[in-house]
Design a protein around this ligand. Sequence first.
Ligand code: C5P
Length: 308
Amino acid sequence: MVTVRVPAKVNVQLGVGGVRPDGYHDLANVFFAVALGDEVTATPGDGVTLTCTGPDADAVPLDDSNLAARAARLLAAHHGLPDPGVHLHIAKAIPVAGGMAGGSADGAAALVACDTLWGLDTPLGTLLELAAELGSDVPFALLGGVALGRGRGEILEALPVTGTFHWVFAVADGGLSTPAVFRECDRLREESGSGATIQDVPTPDADPALLAALADGDPVALAAALSNDLQAAAVSLRPSLADTLHAGTEAGALAALVSGSGPTCAFLAKDADAAAHIAAALRASGTCRTAHATHGPVPGAQVVQTSA
Ligand code: C5P
């Protein structure tokens, strides 16, 4: 039996370029791994089977569309294993379809768990390539920490960061579809007359002020530099998110933004006490289903327990 712990992410910068001919968008995507995470346990099995527990377990698909199942099959195929033979149990804490890369996290965790269970010792570079085949956010869940993602988010460069930052995440009722939010971003750009293709929108770049704030461990400077080009699209599809963002700011957050494609909202706090206070205020505000105080950066998918 092998248990892997894997973090959720928040994008402290999500710069979205124009839509490419292949339908993806070039990104300047600064990923930040937070302690709010899932655990995936692999045990020997027949084929690939899945179970899931946690408050959102009913919303998690247990068929081959689940990235954890796809990861197990992809790793087995890569090594020419005729029968993958694994049962994967997901202990789910990351909001489902919430803009925190929970499905991607489970894919990354399954790669590491199966690699260990099957004794394959796959090099990290190969795992990162397999992860990129599974989805744009899966490689970062392997790496963790803080990293700049380019291309569609899968070309990663680890970034220097000092100390710990404190966050609160407000979980919404129901998810948002990532492709739908990207489409809404394109629609809003078309509507504003600026155009939405790579000819119209300059390729985004990492913000030097944001990189300096991370390297300096300065939450006030980071708060001033946070940005998410998908936020307007997420709020357009789910206008009530404006109330959630406002409630966290009223409760003393240094800054509020939509996490990735949403609908989870992220709040940066000055310290752990402030985060606990903001989380309690958000839970009482009636603008979200629940709220969690957490921190980061933390490492990527890691084996936390093995037993025979
Ligand atoms: O790579 P992944 O399967 O996670 O992406 C899900 C969807 O999000 C894509 O099909 C696409 O619609 C959108 N996307 C995008 N540009 C990116 C990443 C994702 O348009 N860089």
